[in-house]
Design a protein around this ligand. Sequence first.
Ligand code: FAD
Length: 381
Amino acid sequence: MNFDFTEDHLMIRDSAREFAQAEITPSTIERDINAEFPADIVKKLGELGFMGMMVPPEYGGAGLDTISYVLALIEISKVDASVGVIMSVNNSLVCFGLEEYGSDYIKEKYLIPLAKGEKLGAFALSEPEAGSDATKQKTTADKEGDYYILNGMKNWITNGTSADYYLVMATTDKSKGHHGISTILVEKGMEGFGHGKKEDKLGIRSSDTCSLTFQNCKVPVKNLLWEDGKGFNFAMNTLNGGRIGIAAQAIGIAEASLKASIKYSKERKAFGNTISNFQAIQFKLSDMAVKIDGAKMLTLKAAALKDAGKKYYKEAAMAKLYSSKIAVECALDAIQIHGGYGYVREYLVERYLRDAKITEIYEGTSEIQKMIIARALLDEK
Ligand SMILES: Cc1cc2nc3c(=O)[nH]c(=O)nc-3n(C[C@H](O)[C@H](O)[C@H](O)COP(=O)(O)OP(=O)(O)OC[C@H]3O[C@@H](n4cnc5c(N)ncnc54)[C@H](O)[C@@H]3O)c2cc1C
């Protein structure tokens, strides 16, 4: 195994770090309080190539590998995990899905502006009655001539009101169960397509989450991705890569928790001593550092397998399961190290805990990751 990053990896990581610190930090607290979408930041991320990092240059992307993507996403999420998830959905779910399964028409028309960051994408799988069990899609897409007519509802959609293009999973043939689900690209503004109000969330508050509604929404058949009936596989395959992104987001939050804890523990005095001299505090810092390194190893391994064109779904699930768990633990430890100051907004660590929790829920809950890992283990020869 090679544990060295290339010069290019380090350059990408450093430019993401510089951007995050200079451009994202100043507005983070205010956007969290006001649940304000970071439109200007997303635009700049696009200009720098961070919204289509793994898309080949001929389709407007930066043509980088998954390791670069992980390193950049950690840096962005270290400063603001809301920006992290916006970037992750556009890169891992939307751009990847279009690059892998889009027709030439779809790539030309939709992938290029998405990869350049001129347009924003959303991935719409979840429904009120289809969360962990995504096979139970109630949204329908009936073929009438050259169009699909969509009816139904999606909920919890990241970039819900802000996106331009939506990858919507819908049932095209009820009789075939989950083999009758297809993925259709819907554009904002298409007749019959609407959205509900933005969710008032615990964390990642400046990301934009809402429900989507389809009432006789007419979408051209040429906006179908892959093939009719392949929508469930499409969703599962894209989510495999998405989990590497969410693992990176979680690692960013965990790293921010550790960094804040080291700084604070060197400043805070109690019983005539700086608290960093207390072994109870030191052990927390050590535990956090070990967990973060473990999470990074798992996540980079999944990324390396993906880059090598090998199977990575078990490793991606392991990376997400572990990174999200330790992100919550590190944020909790950071609050404890900060004492009362950890419980107020000014010291940031309370946000890290609120932001960390979602990484155990979306793109498959931790329970679902364990099911995926167990299935893979039991299937292994
Ligand atoms: C902020 C936010 C953003 C999101 N963004 C998106 C998005 O962009 N696109 C999208 O499609 N979805 C999105 N989601 C939806 C998210 O993926 C789902 O919430 C998640 O998959 C869980 O589904 P659910 O909420 O219906 O919970 P449920 O499926 O109802 O699960 C409830 C509980 O039961 C457990 N459970 C369920 N089945 C099993 C089982 N077989 N064994 C053991 N335990 C089980 C779950 O782990 C969970 O703890 C988002 C959600 C949130 C909150």
